[in-house]
Design a protein around this ligand. Structure first.
Ligand code: BTN
Length: 268
């Protein structure tokens, strides 16, 4: 069923209801687009034009949805959720990765609440269901006249059939649970989870605990494709204070800040 502006507004009201005094963001404006090239691009343009924190952009269809590491995000019109949230975090830039990490936890928690089994985060912020990719996040820093902004971009597969997914390693909520899901209802849960997650992102102890609970990467032998050097293989041992993945390889532990991780097998 197509999302309507009323349904998206109702979803954000669910956020208001779930929000307590300590919640860290409120939706300032909701934009629902039938088609756009990329919600992240749209939100970035609005940020440069002065849009306030809390702008939510939802699109029924993206023609050039973007993924991490210059990949594409493909989703048929109306099949999933493709959205971007503009934030202007009032914390030092080296804290920003935690916002993305916690947003991924929020997606995994949303999936669990909707009956998806074995929903987990793959470092840094892919979300898996039973080992298959079900959601991805692209978090981008944008320079604007009033300071840097963060665009949290989320793509979540909801109603896709196997034939509609770009890769055999991907899945959707429908495939994972065997039943249909109301996209506005999933959006409402996601916004509520995001509110909690962003609150936790400000607390070093709480965010670390939440991320480690949700992250399936720790304890795996991983292969990491690095942006500017040869891939490495090693054991994912943990996360450091900056949210970097700690990989034991070649007799030392390397902190990885960016890369594409493949889970090879459990370490033991
Ligand atoms: C990835 O898995 O590599 C990240 C995918 C992120 C896709 C979302 S869809 C909404 C937002 N707009 C974009 O162009 N990309 C993100």
């Amino acid at each position: 069923m197509p999302l309507t502006h009323a349904a998206v507004a109702a979803a954000s009201e669910a956020l208001e209801v779930s929000r307590d005094a300590a919640a860290v963001f409120a939706l300032a404006e909701i934009v629902l687009l039938d088609v756009t090239d990329s919600t992240n691009k749209y939100a970035a343009e609005r940020a440069r034009d002065g849009a306030a924190t809390g702008l939510l952009v939802v699109a029924e269809q993206q023609t050039s949805g973007r993924g991490r590491l210059d990949r594409r995000w493909e989703s048929p019109a109306g099949a999933g959720l493709t959205l971007s949230l503009l934030l202007r975090p009032d914390v030092p830039a080296d804290e920003w990765p935690w916002i993305g990490l916690m947003a991924a936890v929020a997606v995994a928690d949303t999936l669990t609440a909707h009956g998806v089994a074995r929903a987990a985060v793959k470092w840094p912020n892919d979300v898996l269901a039973g080992g298959h990719k079900i959601a991805g996040l692209l978090n981008e820093r944008v320079e604007t006249p009033s300071g840097p902004a963060l665009i949290l971009g989320i793509g979540l597969n909801i109603d896709q059939s196997a034939a509609e997914l770009p890769l055999p390693t991907a899945t959707s909520m429908r495939l994972a649970t065997g039943s249909a899901h109301n996209r506005a209802g999933v959006l409402a849960s996601l916004l509520a989870q995001l509110s909690q997650a962003l609150q936790r992102a400000a607390d070093p102890q709480a965010r670390r605990t939440a991320y480690l609970q949700s992250c399936a990467t720790i304890g795996q032998i991983v292969r990491v494709e690095l942006p500017a050097e040869a891939p490495l293989t090693g054991e994912a041992r943990g996360i450091d204070a900056q949210g970097r993945l700690l990989v034991a390889t070649g007799g030392r532990v390397r902190p990885i800040s960016a890369g594409d991780v493949v889970h090879v097998r459990p370490a033991r």
